[in-house]
Design a binder for this molecule. Structure first.
Ligand SMILES: *[C@@H]1O[C@H](CO)[C@@H](O)[C@H](O)[C@H]1NC(C)=O
Ligand SMILES: *[C@@H]1O[C@H](CO)[C@@H](O)[C@H](O)[C@H]1NC(C)=O
Ligand SMILES: *[C@@H]1O[C@H](CO)[C@@H](O)[C@H](O)[C@H]1NC(C)=O
Ligand SMILES: *[C@@H]1O[C@H](CO)[C@@H](O)[C@H](O)[C@H]1NC(C)=O
Ligand SMILES: *[C@@H]1O[C@H](CO)[C@@H](O)[C@H](O)[C@H]1NC(C)=O
Ligand SMILES: *[C@@H]1O[C@H](CO)[C@@H](O)[C@H](O)[C@H]1NC(C)=O
Ligand SMILES: *[C@@H]1O[C@H](CO)[C@@H](O)[C@H](O)[C@H]1NC(C)=O
Ligand SMILES: *[C@@H]1O[C@H](CO)[C@@H](O)[C@H](O)[C@H]1NC(C)=O
Ligand SMILES: *[C@@H]1O[C@H](CO)[C@@H](O)[C@H](O)[C@H]1NC(C)=O
Length: 358
């Protein structure tokens, strides 16, 4: 046990002698202004306490710890020294704390362990903000610059769109050390939430911006049936792609209807609803208007007459082809029995044009 400690101490003395930095990990210690820095040595607490531990920055005393402690000005309530490892905690950092730090330790066996490291204090990043284009953007036509600004020490800036890293290429170009994203021309799929993440080794901040690319209206279709039963509920729906959403105007046989929704609803269809419908969709920002036509025929459901086939009654309903039914009916009434027999034979196939069974 005691030999193990002696061997590791010897190793530390050697590394301290050779490199002067072996006490600390490679690279600098990073701290945030107002935050805390830890200078952690890799010493294993020795069996016998160190005789002296002395920390300096740029040659000025921070703490010299022997039988009592001598603390440099400005460090009184900012430091904690771990006397078994020589590690130092420095709190409430200011930018002026940046510099080269050295520790010199004298062991119980009167050997010296020296180490040095560098502290870099970064201003916290604050007030992050993205500035976007002041005007409306139009797909395939406008260009946009998004600029990410913040206060503090910024070492890297990364951009994300809808949570995914944004990369250069195509219509996207980064400049000013990633501070600026230029999108030229904007495409409709460039709409979305942009986030810039600014970082330094001690802090980070994000800002976000919602970009809207206007387009359309386009890809317009009318959804809905062309034949409606009288007294049924009927919806004709005008589907269109547009940003901002299109405003609609419905015309019926060339006349204004006063309907300005995407859906044209007839809660109970009448015969006089048969005709030509037209949906006009307008994008108020692009100023574009497109139209689609749709025809609707209303089919009746009232019984015109019925034929009694004994166990079954066949009802004739009014349809668009009323005349046709009347002729059929007249023919059938002449020979009801033949019709009923025919009907019974075809019972499996019970739907026929212009008539229904009950
Ligand atoms: C900077 O950030 C650190 C860590 O988040 C925090 O402890 C500290 O108070 C901040 N400093 C200021 C000046 O806001
Ligand atoms: C000093 O550091 C060692 C090792 O990290 C730890 O075990 C010990 O508790 C510390 N002592 C004090 C007084 O913080
Ligand atoms: C940190 O330092 C500033 C001035 O440098 C002082 O005003 C503040 O009180 C200190 N805060 C703490 C917690 O020591
Ligand atoms: C360790 O540093 C002290 C002063 O910081 C110096 O006097 C001494 O010579 C150094 N010792 C070694 C072995 O580098
Ligand atoms: C970002 O900057 C814009 C203009 O430069 C300003 O209107 C906005 O309030 C800022 N937002 C934040 C969160 O600072
Ligand atoms: C975007 O910034 C570039 C310079 O980086 C400038 O040439 C271009 O005009 C800007 N575009 C817009 C739309 O502001
Ligand atoms: C942080 O910014 C300040 C002032 O802007 C500057 O003096 C300092 O050198 C910067 N620190 C780092 C680590 O870049
Ligand atoms: C259509 O017919 C219904 C009754 O069937 C009637 O109430 C309505 O006023 C008619 N509408 C038009 C535009 O003629
Ligand atoms: C009309 O036809 C329906 C079947 O679609 C039937 O239930 C009803 O009784 C018939 N009405 C008359 C008055 O015949």
């Amino acid at each position: 046990m005691e030999t193990a400690v002696a061997i590791s101490l010897t190793l530390f003395i050697l590394t301290g002698l050779c490199a002067g930095q072996g006490l600390f990990p490679q690279g600098s210690v990073n701290g945030a202004e107002g935050g805390t820095a830890m200078f952690i040595t890799n010493l294993i607490p020795p069996a016998q306490p160190f005789i002296t531990i002395s920390w300096t920055v740029g040659g000025a005393n921070i703490i010299t710890s022997t039988s009592d402690d001598s603390i440099g000005p400005g460090y009184g309530d900012r430091i904690t020294l771990n006397k078994t490892t020589g590690s130092l905690e420095l709190r409430n950092l200011t930018l002026a704390d940046s510099g080269g730090y050295r520790v010199a330790i004298t062991t119980a066996t009167a050997e010296t362990i020296n180490g040095s490291t560098e502290l870099v204090v970064y201003e916290n990043i604050s007030d992050a903000n993205i500035t976007g284009p002041p005007n409306h953007l139009f797909a395939d036509w406008s260009s946009a610059n998004l600029t990410c600004e913040a206060a503090g020490n910024i070492t890297t800036i990364q951009w994300m769109k809808e949570g995914q890293p944004l990369s250069a290429g195509g219509n996207i170009l980064f400049s000013e050390e990633n501070r600026k994203v230029s999108i030229s021309p904007v495409k409709r799929h460039d709409s979305g939430e942009y986030v810039c993440k600014l970082t330094n080794p001690a802090s980070s901040a994000t800002a976000s911006y919602r970009m809207i690319v206007n387009y359309g209206p386009e890809s317009m279709t009318i959804l809905g049936q062309n034949i409606a039963e009288v007294e049924s509920f009927t919806l004709i729906y005008c589907s269109v792609q547009s940003v901002p959403p299109a405003t609609f105007t419905w015309l019926f046989n060339g006349q204004q209807t006063g309907v300005h929704e995407a859906g044209y609803i007839i809660s109970s269809v009448s015969y006089n609803n048969s005709g030509d419908y037209r949906c006009d969709a307008r994008n108020d920002l692009t100023g574009n208007v497109i139209s689609v036509d749709h025809s609707l025929s209303v089919k009746g459901t009232e019984n015109i007459s019925s034929i009694n086939c004994g166990e079954i009654t066949i009802h004739f309903k009014k349809t668009i082809e009323v005349l046709c039914i009347n002729i059929l009916q007249t023919i059938l009434e002449v020979n009801v029995n033949a019709f009923c027999m025919l009907f019974r034979n075809k019972k499996g196939n019970n739907e026929e044009k212009g008539k229904r069974k009950t």
